[in-house]
Design a protein around this ligand. Structure first.
Ligand SMILES: [Zn+2]
Length: 193
């Protein structure tokens, strides 16, 4: 429909006297014709109905978008927490407490061997995280984690070193609740941290 015809229809439209068919044609035209929309606004002296109808729809869309966004954020937060928990339990593990292990040492004057076994170690893996391992000092942090079904990790660990080196080896085990030190094959005092 031409703009002139639309403009002629407007007074009838504003007064609600236009036929349903004319109203539909007019509204269709207004959607695509800013000039007629402005004309209608001026004629009414107030906002046209079309932007009014569009604004709530846009707000509604934004709200839905925000709600969706929040759901994604919460979802990914839970997902990340779960991943972290799994990594923590199965990979990183937890520091071992001195009271949770049994230590066995062996020395024949030439070699020293220390075996650490987890008490209640079923389905757990014990391992050492070495903070330092050089020619005369070993510092280790014992950790335990939940053993994965396909993992052949054990609930005990053994380490050994030679006692005939130039310098005596110093071994420090850093537990969650204290540390244990060996000088060569001689246990030094346990120190609570
Ligand atoms: Zn027009």
């Amino acid at each position: 429909m031409k703009c002139e015809i639309i403009k002629d229809l407007m007074p009838l439209y504003i007064d609600g006297l236009a036929s349903a068919e004319s109203v539909e044609e007019l509204q269709q035209h207004l959607k695509n014709c800013p000039e007629c929309r402005q004309y209608l606004d001026e004629m009414r002296g107030k906002l046209s109905e079309i932007p009014k109808a569009e604004i709530p729809r846009k707000l509604d869309f934004l709200k839905k978008l925000k709600r969706r966004h929040r759901a994604i954020l919460v979802g990914s937060g839970i997902f990340l927490a779960l991943i972290f928990l799994l990594i923590k339990v199965f990979v990183i593990g937890f520091p071992v407490r001195l009271e949770d292990v049994q230590l066995q040492t062996f020395s024949d004057g030439e070699n020293f061997q220390l075996t650490m076994q987890l008490k209640n170690g079923e389905n757990k893996a014990l391992y050492f995280v070495d903070s330092r391992w050089d020619s005369h000092e070993i510092v280790l942090r014992p950790y335990w984690s939940v053993r994965l079904p396909f993992d052949d990790a054990s609930d005990s660990c053994t380490l050994g070193y030679s006692l005939t080196g130039e310098e005596e080896m110093r071994l420090t085990l850093l537990f969650a609740d204290g540390e244990k030190t060996f000088m060569g094959d001689t246990p030094l005092n346990e120190e609570a941290s």
